[in-house]
Design a protein around this ligand. Sequence first.
Ligand SMILES: Cc1cc2nc3c(=O)[nH]c(=O)nc-3n(C[C@H](O)[C@H](O)[C@H](O)COP(=O)(O)OP(=O)(O)OC[C@H]3O[C@@H](n4cnc5c(N)ncnc54)[C@H](O)[C@@H]3O)c2cc1C
Length: 119
Amino acid sequence: MARDADINAMIAGIDLRRELGASDAFKDLHKSEVMPGNLSRSDMVKLVRQSTTTYCHPTRTCKMGIDDESVVAPELRVYGIENIRIADASIMPNVTSGNTNAPSVMIGEKSAELLQQAR
Ligand SMILES: Cc1cc2nc3c(=O)[nH]c(=O)nc-3n(C[C@H](O)[C@H](O)[C@H](O)COP(=O)(O)OP(=O)(O)OC[C@H]3O[C@@H](n4cnc5c(N)ncnc54)[C@H](O)[C@@H]3O)c2cc1C
């Protein structure tokens, strides 16, 4: 995490959660704060850098479609290459608005169906 704005946003999020955790509404649910405790700004920055990770959903790197940008045809064949089909999240034309695992499984199921039909 290189940008100050990102680090500041993460620290603001941690501060807000600590504030909520310390509020009366939650006081009966826990005994005390486990982490991060009272850290200096520089230790908090270190904590954020060490304990955060991206939560990316990499998709669309070889999108399916019929336009010039498309790598994969609707029946999952790769344009210009014989005997290969792609069946994973990379063919999604756009990143789905929900989670990506179920659509990935559906792409796999559709691929199996297409392969059976092609026999
Ligand atoms: C941290 C994290 C959390 C996630 N949480 C969720 C969630 O809660 N809900 C949800 O719906 N989605 C979630 N996802 C997204 C979901 O896991 C992916 O969108 C989905 O698994 C993508 O499927 P895929 O088949 O495209 O790729 P992958 O599941 O990554 O499968 C690719 C496969 O190809 C193999 N491979 C790679 N290179 C080669 C090679 N050269 N030769 C042979 N095999 C190779 C890999 O080992 C792997 O098994 C999460 C993703 C991440 C990273």
